[in-house]
Design a protein around this ligand. Structure first.
Ligand code: MTE
Ligand code: MO
Length: 380
């Protein structure tokens, strides 16, 4: 390990930090990137992302859970605390909802200076059909005290983050937990939850960034005050300085992504297209309000044209968009796409920088090189 990686690991253990101007990606960030994979952008051709192509993020280790002895506990401000087996949960009437989930750290590695953490570019997203039971029904079956304030979800995984030992825990306001589309999911795309995606049970709270979708659920606790655990009060905050409390990260900001057109160079990922007309296809989503517009630019954002937008599989699934791009001259082009939603939120072209690299929905930029056919002639 290099001195830089050593230094960065000791510093990163207790506080968030940004990379020094000349600091490359260290072995610590590479270790995270190798464990936690993104969705290959060409997988946006599918309405539902095949489970193996869905992005993955695990803070600690994937816990080993014995499905036979596993129980879900529902406690706190409930009249009748529950302890349920997987069979008891599966015996209740199931609901299936297609939901696009995106990591709040998506776009982090594009920020300058770069917050040191999971170094996503833009690919930390996926859409799956989640099957499970409505969370609200279970809370009410447990005799929910409706004067509760927050609901804390505890996973079976355990680790240390910036010096704080913890189970992975996140809380939601009670009103969000009682939404009819908040699910306790045990299937992904019609199959039992894959181990890495939270087997046997996970929370799916549509519209929220990924950190709220607690995997490997073991306990649901209703409490009378705001939860002050690490993931809510320290980690997922938008802030400029380490000392300030910042704003909580909640709903997914609008984003459009395109499937990079043409063919890639293996090592550099540079893209090659032939001169002519190309169909550009992508997806767009927002957890704030439905997507109303996707625009596309072939001149690095100087001029924009409206893309064609198709209705999504459901309110919480991404929309497919398409546009035609005609390139007549060989050369280098920068392609951009950006989304606007019904709340009026539009993706920024400039980076919305913050210390921990949260919710960076800056417009995607795809550089392509146009050739007259054939693309390449030599081989070696
Ligand atoms: N128990 C537990 N739940 C978790 C996490 C985790 O590390 N532990 N990671 C969260 C984060 S940050 C994200 S982005 C999503 C990722 O979900 P996926 O891996 O199924 O795509 O899970 C969330 N739920
Ligand atoms: Mo995440």
């Amino acid at each position: 390990m290099t001195a830089t990686a050593d230094e960065s690991m000791s510093q990163a253990s207790t506080r968030s930090r940004v990379a020094a101007p000349d600091e490359g990606i260290g072995l610590d960030e590479l270790a995270l990137a190798a464990r936690n994979h993104g969705m290959p952008l060409e997988a946006m051709r599918y309405d539902l992302t095949p489970a193996g192509l869905h992005y993955l993020l695990v803070h600690y280790d994937i816990p080993g859970i014995d499905a036979i002895s596993w129980r879900l506990h529902v406690d706190g401000m409930v009249a009748n605390p529950l302890s349920l087996s997987l069979d008891e949960i599966r015996a209740r009437p199931p609901v299936t909802i297609p939901v696009t989930i995106e990591c709040a750290g998506n776009g982090r590695a594009r920020l300058n200076p770069r917050p040191v953490s999971q170094p996503w570019l833009v690919e930390a997203v996926g859409t799956a059909a989640w099957t499970g039971i409505p969370l609200a029904q279970l809370l009410r079956a447990a005799g929910l005290d409706e004067s509760g304030v927050e609901v804390v979800f505890t996973g079976a995984d355990h680790g240390v983050e910036r010096g704080v030992e913890q189970d992975y825990q996140r809380a939601l306001p009670l009103a969000e937990a009682l939404r009819e589309d908040a699910l306790l999911a045990y299937e992904m795309n019609g199959q039992p939850l894959p181990v890495q995606h939270g087997f046997p049970l996970r929370l799916v709270i549509p519209g929220w960034y990924g950190m709220a979708q607690v995997k490997w659920l073991e306990r649901i606790t209703v409490q009378g005050e705001a939860f002050d655990g690490f993931q809510n009060s320290v980690a997922y905050r938008v802030k400029a300085e380490a000392e300030e409390p910042g704003e909580p990260v909640t709903r997914i900001r609008p984003r459009a992504l395109m499937i990079p057109p043409g063919h890639p160079d293996f090592m550099s990922r540079a893209r090659f297209v032939t001169v002519g007309t190309h169909d550009l296809v992508g997806r767009a989503w927002s957890g704030l309000a439905p997507v109303t517009k996707v625009e596309f630019s072939a001149d690095a954002g100087v001029t924009w044209q409206d893309a064609k937008l198709e209705p999504p599989l459901g309110r919480w699934a991404w929309c497919r968009w398409s546009a035609q791009w005609t390139v007549t001259e060989p050369g280098r082009y920068e392609l951009l796409a950006r989304a606007t939603d019904a709340s009026g939120a539009v993706q920024p072209v400039e980076q919305p920088w913050n210390l921990q690299g949260m919710a960076n929905n800056m417009t995607q930029r795809v550089t392509v090189i146009a050739f007259s056919p054939p693309i390449m002639t030599s081989r070696s």
